[in-house]
Write a new protein. Structure first.
Length: 258
């Protein structure tokens, strides 16, 4: 039996209309689709009736065991000669462990392709009316994991370089460490009044945005009941939201108007 092929497909940030044309074609042809928790399941309606759908959802902080299972599924299904789509929220190579999965496929001699997707740090910001770069406000943009500390409290981020070297910073998976993130940025040189936006369920009809400053955003987010999934966006571009917000959001938004 000849080997199948695996497609590591980015499903985009949540709005199914933001799926790429090539990614959608892969879904339509796949024999097996292994999909994540944050993938909009409306996309699965385009799968063949006979396609096998495997849910591989990961809860925050509970990734390791399921990731090993995903590796096993990818190899097993491909060696059965099937076309496998690994459908991942956002982009496969932006905190999606797509690189690890590609390494496993190479190890087993399985052909694969990577189909990029729109990452949430850019798309959620855009839907919140915030351009991550702007000629007058931000000429640099950095994507950072919000899992900045290990179980033992170690922190490998160069906070000084981050605070000094980037105009706009998007923290993924940062809600759990939000007070610490804000504290470190202030401690290493960011103005406490630097604007911050937290965008929950970005690009979907559940989107909510909380806006504040490094000094008060943790309190505002807690008061609004913000939880995963959410992007934390730090930078003066956040203030442009007051002018160019265009996407309708859930009621109950909290905005710092000072």
């Amino acid at each position: 039996m000849s080997k199948g092929k695996v497609y590591l497909v980015g499903a985009g940030p949540g709005d199914p209309k933001l799926m790429t044309v090539y990614g959608l074609e892969c879904i339509q042809k796949a024999d097996v689709i292994i999909y994540d928790r944050l993938v909009n399941q409306d996309l699965l309606q385009y799968a063949k009736n006979e396609a096998q759908l495997i849910y591989a959802g990961k809860e925050p902080g509970k990734h390791d065991n399921i990731q090993e299972q995903i590796h096993q599924w990818l190899v097993e299904k491909a060696l059965q000669g099937k076309m496998v789509v690994r459908l991942k929220g956002g982009d496969p190579f932006v905190f999606g462990r797509g690189g690890e999965e590609a390494e496993v496929l190479v190890k087993h001699g399985i052909p694969f392709e990577v189909i990029p997707g729109i990452t949430a740090g850019i798309a959620a910001a855009a839907y919140a009316g915030i351009p991550v770069t702007h000629r007058h406000l931000a000429t640099s943009f950095t994507i950072v994991t919000g899992h900045v500390r290990s179980k033992h409290g170690a922190d490998s981020l160069n906070w000084r370089a981050l605070a000094d070297g980037s105009d706009t910073i998007a923290f993924y998976m940062g809600i759990g460490n939000l007070p610490y993130i804000c504290q470190q940025l202030i401690q290493h040189g960011k103005d406490p009044e630097t604007k911050v936006a937290i965008i929950e369920w970005g690009t979907t009809m559940r989107q909510r945005t909380v806006v504040g400053t490094l000094q008060n955003i943790a309190e505002k987010a807690e008061g609004a009941g913000i939880s995963h999934p959410a992007i934390v966006l730090v930078g003066e571009v956040v203030k442009l939201r007051e002018t160019i917000q265009w996407f309708p959001e859930l009621e109950g938004e909290i905005v710092d108007t000072k």
